[in-house]
Design a protein around this ligand. Structure first.
Ligand code: PEP
Length: 250
């Protein structure tokens, strides 16, 4: 059985006071939720603050990005050993906004995945097609390539440490959610590609999250799909009550 994961990507939102207020309100709402993983990925300057706030809580904290070198003259970057040293557990890698605005490629995503695994962190690897790619029937090719190139050099022993997030670019922050059928079809395809690249048994154990305008109104139907194991949530993770409802999907 795959354990559900509900992850919030706060992007470049919230100041320090708002981060503290979220933690104060959210902690009591989820203190008895132990049967699924709850994760928040705030801006990097708040990771440690949130880890401390969540110390007695089931919620975990991750990064929105990471660099592949361990240390060096890379102004502005943050490394996997740095994240590990403050107790972060996960790092989102290859979010479509990073691919679009910060020149991330399947090759840089691959280096980042290998770097975080080397240091015992779990990557949440984002993949997904643009609207143009979907409309020109290229979605499966694009997604297949993102998996093959992104996971190059990954040993089967580390496969279970990764989480994949299918985030169709046309659904992120647009209010348009992939229908449960579309999402299920792609999640199933992702598992097929993983089975072909690695092994079918392992492919069945990998968690695949859906991301793209997830909200309280659609979480239950999305989670009812057999290959959807959780959600990566942007806008709807910024509000405690809204995210609570998503975490407590039925
Ligand atoms: C995201 O940022 O990963 C995301 C899915 O955003 P939203 O939920 O706002 O579409």
């Amino acid at each position: 059985m795959r354990r559900a994961m509900l992850a919030g990507n706060w992007k470049m939102f919230k100041n320090a006071r708002e981060v503290d207020a979220f933690a104060d309100d959210f902690i009591p709402l989820i203190e008895t939720v132990h049967d699924r993983d709850i994760l928040i990925c705030p801006a990097c300057i708040y990771i440690q603050r949130l880890i401390e706030a969540f110390r007695e809580s089931p919620a975990k904290v991750g990064a929105q990005n990471v660099y592949w070198e361990d240390a060096g003259a890379y102004t502005g970057e943050i490394s996997a050993p740095m994240l590990k040293s403050i107790g972060a557990q996960y790092a989102i890698i290859g979010h479509s906004e990073r691919r679009e605005y910060f020149n991330e490629t399947n090759a840089s995503v691959n280096k980042k995945i290998l770097a975080v695994l080397k240091h015992g962190l779990n990557p949440i690897v984002c993949i997904g097609e643009t609207l143009e790619e979907r409309e020109s029937q290229k979605a499966f090719d694009v997604i297949g390539l993102q998996i093959r190139e992104g996971l190059t050099g990954l040993g089967i022993d580390l496969l279970q440490e990764i989480v994949i997030a299918y985030e169709p670019v046309w659904a992120i922050g647009t209010g348009k959610t992939a229908t449960p059928d579309i999402a299920q079809e792609v999640h199933h395809y992702i598992r097929d590609v993983l089975a072909e690249l690695f092994d079918n048994e392992y492919a069945q154990t990998i968690r695949i999250l859906y991301g793209g305008s997830v909200k309280p109104e659609n979480i239950d139907i999305l989670m009812a799909q057999p290959d959807i194991d959780g959600a990566l949530v942007g806008g709807a993770s910024l509000d405690t009550k809204t995210f609570e409802r998503i975490v407590k999907f039925q």
